[in-house]
Design a protein around this ligand. Structure first.
Ligand SMILES: *[C@@H]1O[C@H](CO)[C@@H](O)[C@H](O)[C@H]1NC(C)=O
Ligand SMILES: *[C@@H]1O[C@H](CO)[C@@H](O)[C@H](O)[C@H]1NC(C)=O
Ligand SMILES: *[C@@H]1O[C@H](CO)[C@@H](O)[C@H](O)[C@H]1NC(C)=O
Length: 426
């Protein structure tokens, strides 16, 4: 068995050792699990010591639910502006019947996908492999798939109409497909983006913590280059002597089944456990500036509940298993839009966030064209304010002249079209 290893941005250089020699052990596929847990106290040990996350305090309640027919304006006001999670059931099509392993393998097995392996709990190592290989292994090996869904598969998946108009439609970043088997637990995590997490098959249990400040040091956090945060807490065996904070931190829960989605606002801490065979689609959206009101002139009155996923205009797409910008023509206005999406709901765009974006968008071209401007070089052109070299303000971005933006736009366009150039060179 040959597994190729790739350098993927945002991760370490990695190697997944082939599992030859190990006897494959099918995972426990039971989905009937008690959640939230019934908490028992023991006199001598702190609540939930060496138990999974969630056992340290009784749940404060279920996450709010709203109706299938929720309108985009209501969703915006109550949950996006309101910074609250919400569950909406039945808002995407369940794919348990269509997307069997054998169907996926036959139809899409040749496509390269990104697969993660949980290693010593914290470092999830990423690798690329044909979808078929993943499907042969995931029921026994410690692998799960998290990949931008390949274009070829999009027309079979669905996108809730709720986020296809108004302020939402231009802020769609990427649809990530997750596939796992058996009980898998995520780290305690906070995304820098708003996320709509939808279960297409199986069951997922979510914990959402209600932290009052933006950077709760008590959670022992690590910041990633894209702005996401994760906690070093061992989610299967919590040391409550070290993490006493969890006794006082309110949390809310939900369980999602086929067709259900959970909205998680940026910087909410959540943890998820998947049971059985799970397929999920998580849609990342750049958080809007919530001082703006909702404008939804293009929102239909009675839209279908969902449309085909290929109708969504996402910033990123996958080609041969690698992230590319979707747009093929990138003007100076588009370059400004990318910067504003990176800014999200914040008032300052920090250099490291820009760098991360630039490297993701250009790394394939950069490996072939050594003369390509570096992120640092472009940043210096964009940000001529010598009093703050590390960030740009919203005002600075909106008033950038087009000739400066064009420098960025040209590099991004060349990167996005890298495969067209290759073909025309032949
Ligand atoms: C939303 O709430 C989280 C904490 O629950 C906080 O960290 C974040 O800054 C809040 N976001 C906004 C836009 O207020
Ligand atoms: C998958 O990746 C391998 C290794 O880079 C490559 O040879 C192959 O052509 C890719 N397959 C597809 C369908 O992109
Ligand atoms: C920075 O650039 C802006 C336009 O992009 C210009 O108006 C301003 O004068 C420049 N400032 C300096 C210090 O060069």
């Amino acid at each position: 068995m040959l597994l190729l290893t790739f350098f993927l941005i945002q991760s370490n250089i990695i190697w997944i050792s082939p599992v030859d020699g190990n006897i494959p052990f099918p995972k426990d596929m039971n989905i009937h699990v008690l959640f939230p847990p019934i908490i028992q106290t023991h006199e001598s040990i702190p609540l939930g010591h060496l138990r999974p996350l969630g056992w340290q305090r009784r749940a404060d309640g279920p996450i709010l639910e709203d109706s299938l027919n929720i309108e985009p304006a209501r969703f915006y006001h109550l949950f996006v502006q309101g910074n609250r999670s919400v569950v909406i059931r039945g808002i995407v099509s369940a794919l348990d019947v269509l997307w069997t392993d054998s169907y996926l393998s036959k139809r899409y097995g040749h496509l390269n996908v990104t697969v993660a392996k949980r290693k010593q709990r914290l470092v999830d190592t990423l690798t690329m492999m044909p979808f078929k290989t993943f499907l042969e292994q995931y029921r026994q090996d410690d692998l799960y798939m998290n990949t931008i869904i390949p274009d070829e598969m999009k027309f079979e998946a669905s996108l809730p109409s709720l986020i296809t108009c108004g302020i939402f439609s231009k802020r769609l970043l990427e649809p990530i497909l997750w596939i796992s088997a058996g009980d898998t637990a995520s780290l305690l995590y906070a995304h820098a983006q708003n996320t709509l997490h939808c279960v297409l098959d199986g069951r997922k249990d979510f914990i959402i913590y209600d932290t009052s400040n933006k950077y709760p040091h008590e959670l022992d956090l690590v910041k990633q280059s894209n702005g996401d945060l994760f906690s070093r807490i061992d989610v299967d065996l919590v040391n409550t002597y070290k993490h006493k904070y969890l006794h006082s931190l309110p949390w809310y829960w939900t369980t999602l089944y086929d067709g259900d989605c959970l909205f998680i606002p940026a910087y909410k801490f959540f943890q998820v456990r998947a049971h059985g065979r799970t397929i999920a689609l998580s849609i990342d959206m750049a958080p809007p500036d919530i001082r703006n009101d909702f404008i939804g002139l293009d929102c239909e009155r009675n839209p279908p509940i969902y449309i085909s996923l290929d109708k969504g205009q996402f910033q990123w797409r996958y080609e041969h298993g690698v992230r590319h910008l979707t747009k093929r023509i990138i003007t100076s206005d588009d370059a400004r839009t990318y910067l504003l999406l990176l800014l999200g709901a914040n008032d300052q765009l920090h250099k490291d966030i820009f760098q991360n974006f630039y490297i993701q968008a250009t790394h394939e071209l950069a490996s072939k064209d050594l003369g390509l401007p570096t992120a640092n070089h472009i940043w210096k052109q964009l940000n001529n304010d010598t009093t703050n070299e590390d960030y740009m303000t919203r005002n600075q971005i909106t008033s950038l002249p087009s000739n400066v933006l064009q420098l960025l736009g040209d590099v991004l366009q060349k990167s996005a079209r890298i495969h067209e150039y290759e073909k025309s060179e032949l």
